[in-house]
Design a protein around this ligand. Structure first.
Ligand code: AMP
Length: 509
């Protein structure tokens, strides 16, 4: 059996290959036959380049169906796909290229000059451009080179453990590391999610996520390829475009911010969503408040799931069965998830500890840092996720935070989420982030950064006063800063590292 992920998808493509796989807002339709042929052309181009076994293909381009075709073609040709966040600047790209040593680099036409200079200096053999929106010739165009290629390609044979992709972690602590994912890792997760979320051929997915991250590239796209379904492919999140498409769709995937923004759209209501069967959220915590407000407005309970670059998805709320607000659900089929204390002992329900995971979805290790890989695995083969959480008595997992975000003040552990939840519950508050800042007496001091709802006023001293009646004294923030917005990355994660930098020298009260 060929374990190449593309071969697995192709087996599941609809019998009628003229069915639509991708449709764009300008009404361009890509049938499954188009997907086969176009990815074959690009795969033929890659195969003609005489690349080494396991060569990396690094890609930093705007989202387009052609970028997704390039991903499929890279799989087909047996090379390793390495997507890069479009927000990365020259210095960051230099780091990734030097670290991953891709033989092929694909970039946006406007970056061709400096990217090719960097890439050739680091030993890359080819630099192409990809811009689906540009008509006509542009320097180094991958698509122009691929057009004359044959539209048939025998997908290269791969074993389950062979590498399919490297995803660089967002690197909020220290340097960004390349998580190596195999064909088997990605297929096992695609298959599990296909079943868990009951995908069918007549599903229509709203795909508004970026393609450089596990969520948009793997979870969303794979779900469609695995079921022969269709995706409405949006270049980026736009609440108005989404509400326009919702009546034609059946499933939507998003980060929590998408749902918060959709709720601000007065058009969002039960009738609009009557054709939808599932809204899924992940990549960052979905506030219980958003979950409830969405249910009230649309009649749909958002299904929250949890995953990461190193493991793809590991936990999900059930498709059938209660979805609990503030939890990420239960371990997915075939995946073992546990919460352990500082001594590696499994915690009882309700006890907080480190989340660990073992299963066919767990990655092959960090690219060229075997010592870091070894450090992150337990003796019995569990990967330490770096997230902290607890199971409830029904087996639903809640995430309390990242272990690195844990605050130790005067020897006591403080979990930021507990304090954030109480502050967020205050009527005047929109959202908050709690961090630890260095403190001479306590080691670290609790510091809250708070965004108020529009038109509301509340002082830091009042927030502290209200907290005093609800939580132990050592958890009370020593300082509260009111700001207009929290810094977030493209996946909606609050960038606590930036807050720590910003507020590390702020005067303590
Ligand atoms: P990334 O590798 O960029 O996908 O980041 C993975 C991290 O995102 C996880 O380790 C979690 O800290 C966080 N994350 C993902 N999904 C959720 C979720 N549903 N709730 C809370 N945090 C999440």
């Amino acid at each position: 059996m060929n374990a190449n992920l593309y071969a697995q998808f192709a087996q599941r493509f609809p019998e009628d290959l003229s069915r639509c796989c991708i449709e764009t807002l300008n009404e361009t339709y890509y049938s499954y036959r188009d997907i086969e042929r176009a990815s074959a052309k690009i795969a033929n181009l890659l195969a003609s380049l005489n690349l080494s076994e396991g060569a990396r293909v690094a890609v930093q381009v705007e989202k387009s169906p052609e970028a997704l075709l390039l991903y499929l073609a890279t799989l087909r040709a047996g090379f390793v796909f390495l997507p890069l966040n479009t927000a990365y600047q020259r210095q960051e790209i230099q780091y990734f290229i030097e670290d991953a040593q891709p033989e092929v680099v694909v970039c946006a036409p406007q970056h061709f000059g400096w990217v090719s200079q960097l890439a050739f200096q680091s030993g890359s053999k080819f630099v192409f451009t990809l811009d689906a929106t540009t008509q006509g010739a542009n320097r180094g165009s991958l698509l122009e080179r691929a057009v004359p290629m044959p539209d048939h390609f025998d997908t290269v044979h791969r074993e389950p453990d062979d590498l399919a992709a490297i995803l660089y972690t967002s690197g909020t602590t220290g340097r960004s590391k390349g998580a190596m994912l195999s064909h088997g890792n990605l297929f096992s997760n695609a298959e599990v999610l296909h079943r868990a979320w009951a995908w069918q051929e007549n599903d229509v997915l709203i795909h508004a996520l970026p393609l450089f991250h596990v969520h948009g590239l793997f979870v969303a796209s794979h779900a469609v390829f695995m079921s022969g379904a269709r995706m409405i492919f949006l270049p980026k999140f736009d609440a108005a475009q989404i509400t326009q498409q919702i009546p034609r769709a059946t499933v939507m995937m998003g980060v929590p911010t998408y749902y918060v923004r959709l709720l601000q759209d007065p058009d969002l209501n039960q009738t609009l969503c009557s054709h939808m069967r599932l809204f899924i959220s992940g990549s960052a915590p979905l506030l219980a408040e958003t979950f409830h407000a969405f249910a009230e407005r649309t009649g749909h309970t958002i299904l929250e799931r949890y995953g990461m670059s190193e493991t793809t998805m590991l936990v999900s709320n059930p498709y059938s069965g209660p979805r609990k607000a503030g939890t990420v659900g239960m371990a997915l089929e075939g995946i073992s998830v546990r919460v352990v204390d500082d001594h590696g002992q499994v915690c009882a329900p309700g006890e907080i500890g480190g989340i660990e995971v073992r299963g066919p979805n767990v990655f092959q290790g960090y690219w060229r840092i075997p010592e870091k890989t070894a450090e992150e695995f337990t003796k019995d083969g569990y990967f330490r996720t770096g997230d902290v959480g607890k199971f409830d008595a029904d087996g639903y997992l809640s995430i309390v935070g990242r272990s690195k975000d844990l605050i130790i003040t005067g020897g006591y552990n403080v979990y930021p989420k507990e304090i954030e939840a109480i502050i967020d519950d205050m009527d005047e508050v929109d959202e908050s982030a709690v961090i630890g800042v260095a403190h001479t007496d306590f080691g670290e001091a609790v510091c809250a950064i708070v965004v108020l709802k529009q038109g509301k006023s509340l002082s830091g001293a009042e927030i502290i006063q209200r907290l005093k009646s609800q939580i132990a004294n050592f958890k009370i923030p020593k300082q509260v800063h009111i700001v207009s917005a929290l810094p977030r990355n493209t996946m909606g994660k609050v960038q606590k590292n930036l807050l720590r930098q910003q507020f590390s020298d702020a005067k303590l009260q």
